[in-house]
Design a protein around this ligand. Structure first.
Ligand code: NAI
Ligand code: MG
Length: 331
């Protein structure tokens, strides 16, 4: 039995969290939970977006299932996600995008996992105003950060029986910065002879992705390209609704849906909990509970394929609870 920390979040967060925890229980996932209200609503109640005891729980369990949080506007808040990434050095942002029978797209064979470096590149946010008409921004690439994200991608490939890792870069122009990332990639690739490796320039990657997405397996890339490419992969599978993610470092791991708190449908019981549920499956796989994760994935696949209990975002009319019960019935 493992204890994990759960952040309930804002908007649809509480609804989808409840559904996911009930499905995990029905699947007999060997988990116990420390559950916290976090986010904008919690800030209104008690004056902190994330209460101290919620941080303390995560620091103890080191595993976090996080539902979306509304980013308060205009109060000088940093994004909570950025805070969590920096505070716990969650350097790998991992997004699997896989085509699904429930969502019709022109791309039925997408199965791409993007490993986005999460701590540096242009996202360190260091910009200098040289004069009224000129600004310099710093793109930071270090050996340490590059090595650990690239190793993480290859280790994931091995652990999940994947075939290929592609490094995406712009080293033809950014010869020193992306050049360093690419050099490190080729060096590390030699340690994984069983995994195919290649590299592609980012603009060509975008074109290839919409023409022949099935050629991609795992992608590893610096922060900015990862941000953009992972949204592109989301589009290939038909939007954010079915996208889980994990943010992982050496000591901590956080699992969350890619979508936000969906305030427009909050409280209406029509939110789709699948992305958060798949994030929970990634957590189960991360701690070695692969059989339980596979059981849940199979149940979800069946419910999605039958199309009898889809939520409105997937063209159905089921409530969150009806969908939840359909998944539980398959279990
Ligand atoms: P959003 O992802 O919350 O919503 C976009 C559209 O997708 C809406 O029409 C929404 O109803 C729909 N949608 C999203 N998730 C859904 C689900 N599970 N089931 C059914 N429909 C769903 O993006 P938006 O509106 O830009 O952001 C809302 C708030 O969420 C903002 O405050 C934003 O900062 C925050 N946000 C938080 C994230 C996080 O905590 N990880 C990530 C992205 C946004
Ligand atoms: Mg983004």
């Amino acid at each position: 039995m493992k204890t994990i920390t759960v952040f309930k979040g804002d908007g649809i967060g509480p609804e989808i969290t409840d559904a996911v925890l009930q499905i995990l229980d029905a699947a007999k996932a060997p988990l116990s939970y420390e559950i916290f209200n976090v986010g904008a609503a919690e800030y209104e109640r008690h004056g902190a977006l994330i209460p101290d005891d919620a941080f303390a729980s995560f620091e103890k369990t080191r595993l976090l299932l996080k539902s979306p949080i509304t980013t308060p506007i205009g109060k000088g808040f940093r994004s909570l996600n950025v805070t969590l990434r920096n505070k716990y050095d969650l350097y790998a942002n991992i997004r699997p995008a896989k085509s699904n029978t429930a969502v019709k797209t022109p791309f039925p064979n997408v199965d791409i996992v993007t490993f986005r470096e999460n701590t540096e590149d242009l996202y360190i946010g260091v910009e200098y105003k040289m004069n009224e008409d000129t600004v310099h921004a710093i793109k930071l690439i270090t050996r340490k950060a590059s090595e650990r994200i690239i190793k993480a991608a290859f280790d994931y490939a091995v652990a999940h029986g994947r075939k290929k890792v592609t490094c995406v870069h712009k080293a033809n122009i950014l010869k020193m910065s992306d050049g360093l990332f690419l050099d490190i990639f080729h060096t590390i690739a030699k340690d994984y002879p069983q995994i195919e490796s290649d590299d592609k320039i980012v603009d060509n990657t975008c074109m290839q992705m919409v023409m022949r997405p099935e050629q991609f397996d795992i992608i590893v890339t610096p922060n900015l390209y990862g941000d953009i490419l992972s949204d592109l992969t989301s589009g290939l599978i038909g939007g954010l609704g079915l996208l889980p993610s994990m943010n992982v470092g050496d000591d901590y791991a956080m699992f969350e849906a890619v979508h936000g708190s969906a305030p427009d449908i909050a409280g209406k019981h029509i939110a789709n909990p699948t992305a958060l549920l798949w994030s929970a499956c990634m957590l189960l796989e991360y701690i070695g509970e692969t059989a339980i994760a596979a059981k849940i994935r199979k149940a979800v696949d069946e419910v999605l394929a039958e199309k009898q209990h889809l939520t409105p975002d997937l063209g159905g009319s089921a409530t969150t609870e009806e969908y939840r019960d359909a998944v539980i019935a398959k279990l």
